[in-house]
Ligand binder design. Structure first.
Ligand SMILES: *Cc1c(COP(=O)(O)O)cnc(C)c1O
Length: 377
């Protein structure tokens, strides 16, 4: 027994010494346990497909050939996505297992461990955490440019950072997560024009912002637009797309593992995109509900609520002290049965901030009641 244990230890040491220090230092992406709670933490669409669509989809899925590899290039699905997402005809797209995988492919495409090269991936902070995590995974440098207090782009700093870091890729979440705002269009245009490399507009929240750089692909050679079906109601199937000049997309496509979009995802996505009106109507309901939720939250004097063009709302708990810290408010809301996201910042731009995803009218009502109870404690 004892000897077994010690030999296991030797084996793990043998392996672990090869794991890069940067990987060992990363704390794995945390996903909170939502069992039994109203789930308003992950920007999911709260609505299911209608019973009619579900039944039809079930038949389609039952006919899937699970014994065969899927279409490696998912060509039929790609064609449909280009139509539905209104990708300009002369541009190309590559699909990812969620847009997270596309970020990874982009980073892998530029990662160069030639000592004479210094490859940098740039983004803005606070922002989407996967950009930095993936830069660490593939071993390239990351530069996070701080936003202004109101989460707009600090163009002085941005200009300087571009000059200093010469980033291979700049990621711009549009709208940004977690701040929910879209940056000024002129600022983005300047970044695209002055960047020495690729600029990726991450439009994960397009259905809620309804403003896009997709048509601008024809104007800028170094622009790429990334979309996902996750926030529009299909987070479970894992499907994202990257759109841009065919020459660039072809290179990224070489890194893609051949069967990254599985057969169930291909079938489901094609079928649901044929009926995309249903998702569009859900997005409309969520946008309307976002306005109602913003009004209700803005009426609470203990909060600073930031404007939102997404399906979530960032807010700060004011006058935080021993009695009313953001952590306490978060815990109290959870006690009331609602899970939101605690940004866990004691300082900086996200100080005392929490983030809530827009749910159904009923869910939001429970949330607002829980929030009122929490701040008046
Ligand atoms: C949620 C989110 C994504 C992730 O999308 P998936 O397609 O689910 O991987 C990408 N970018 C931003 C800014 C997000 O908030």
């Amino acid at each position: 027994m004892l000897s077994n244990l010690s030999s296991e230890k030797i084996v793990s040491e043998k392996s672990l010494r090869w794991i890069r220090p940067v990987i060992k230092s990363i704390s794995a992406y945390q996903v909170a346990d939502a069992s039994g709670l109203i789930k308003l933490d992950a920007m999911e669409n709260p609505y299911q497909l209608s019973e009619g669509l579900k039944a039809e989809l079930q038949i389609k899925l039952s006919e899937a050939q699970l014994n065969r590899y899927p279409d490696p290039s998912a060509s039929s699905l790609r064609k449909k996505l280009m139509q539905v997402m209104q990708v300009p005809e002369d541009k190309s797209i590559v699909l990812g297992n969620g847009s997270d995988e596309l970020i990874q492919m982009l980073a892998m495409a530029v990662a160069d461990h030639d000592d004479t090269k210094d490859v940098c991936l740039m983004s803005f902070e606070p922002g989407f955490v996967m950009y930095k995590m993936i830069a660490d995974f593939v071993g390239i440098r990351y530069a996070g440019v701080p936003l202004n207090q109101d989460f707009t782009l600090d163009m002085e700093r941005t200009r300087q950072a571009i000059k200093q870091h010469q980033p291979a890729i700049i990621f711009i979440a549009y709208p940004n997560n977690p701040s929910a705002n879209c940056y000024d269009e002129k600022d983005i245009e300047e970044i695209i024009s002055s960047s020495p490399g690729m600029v990726v507009l991450d439009e994960a929240y397009y259905p809620f912002a309804q403003t896009s750089f997709m048509q601008r692909l024809t104007e800028y050679d170094n622009l790429l637009v990334m979309r996902t079906v996750s926030k529009m109601g299909l987070a479970g199937i894992r499907l994202g797309l990257l759109c841009g000049q065919p020459e660039i997309i072809n290179e990224i496509d070489k890194i893609r593992l051949p069967y990254n979009i599985n057969v169930l995802t291909q079938i489901s996505a094609e079928f649901i995109l044929d009926n995309v009106d249903e998702l569009n109507q859900q997005a409309k309901k969520i946008r309307d509900e976002r306005e109602r939720l913003l009004d209700a939250m803005n009426a609470i004097p203990e909060l600073k609520v930031f404007p939102s063009q997404a399906n979530f709302i960032l807010f700060r708990v004011l006058n935080s002290d021993e009695n009313r810290s953001a952590n306490d408010v978060f815990d109290s809301i959870k006690q009331s049965g609602v899970l939101i996201k605690n940004m866990k910042a004691d300082t900086g731009l996200l100080k005392n901030c929490l983030r809530v995803t827009v749910g159904t009218p009923e869910e939001n009502k429970v949330f607002v009641a829980a929030l009122l109870k929490a701040v008046n404690n």
